[in-house]
Unconditional design. Structure first.
Length: 207
């Protein structure tokens, strides 16, 4: 059996994306990613209040993303309209969305503030073009993975809503919904080879 080099193992664990090793866990009380059902959009972000409906929202189709009118960092940036002026916490870090393996960065979402106003916003990957995060401050970024095997993953974004607003609007929540990225066969093959190599190294050390 051919020996797997440390370089190959490292590549399998880190190369196929821009994994942020220092990313923070989600804030206390945040819901974990959950499987969703396919809809008309590839990506969608919204604020919903029971009994009232959608307070703010914007969905993006494959066509919207591929024919991007607002390219940014190699992806397509969408700013969610906020006509009701829903308060948002612009002091929190961005949320990095990875595929189910945690290797490919597929989306980023958070709050974008400017001109004395804040909006929810998200960055969608355009095709297989990598999102370049080198110019971003990810010190306070959160990291989540898509649900393996699910066609759509629903990510909690309610932590961007101030607690006072949630207390005054019982049941209100924010979500980012994204079509699940399926890793390419080569990615899976090399990732699997890297994991096998890592396991072999552990067994060798124990021996």
């Amino acid at each position: 059996m051919r020996k797997l080099s440390l370089a190959l193992i490292a590549a399998a664990l880190t190369a196929f994306g821009t994994f942020s090793a220092g990313a923070l866990p989600l804030p206390p009380g945040a819901l974990p990613p959950a499987a969703g059902v396919p809809g008309p959009f590839d990506d969608n972000m919204f604020i919903f209040k029971p009994g009232t409906g959608v307070l703010s929202g914007l969905g993006a189709t494959t066509t919207d993303i591929n024919n991007c009118t607002n390219p940014f960092l190699g992806g397509c940036l969408f700013q969610v309209p906020n006509p009701l002026g829903v308060p948002l916490d612009g002091n929190l870090g961005l949320t990095l969305v990875y595929d189910s393996l945690g290797t490919t960065l597929t989306d980023i979402f958070g709050v974008q503030c400017g001109n004395n106003a804040c909006n929810l916003a998200y960055l969608s990957q355009i095709g297989n073009t990598p999102i370049d995060t080198s110019s971003l401050d990810l010190t306070d970024a959160y990291s989540v993975n898509a649900v393996a095997g699910a066609p759509v993953t629903v990510f909690d974004a309610s932590y961007y809503l101030p607690q006072a607003f949630k207390d005054a609007n019982r049941g209100v929540f924010a979500r980012f919904v994204s079509t699940t990225y399926v890793p390419e066969p080569m990615t899976l093959t090399v990732f699997g080879a890297g994991m096998l190599g890592a396991a072999a190294l552990r067994r060798r050390k124990r021996g």
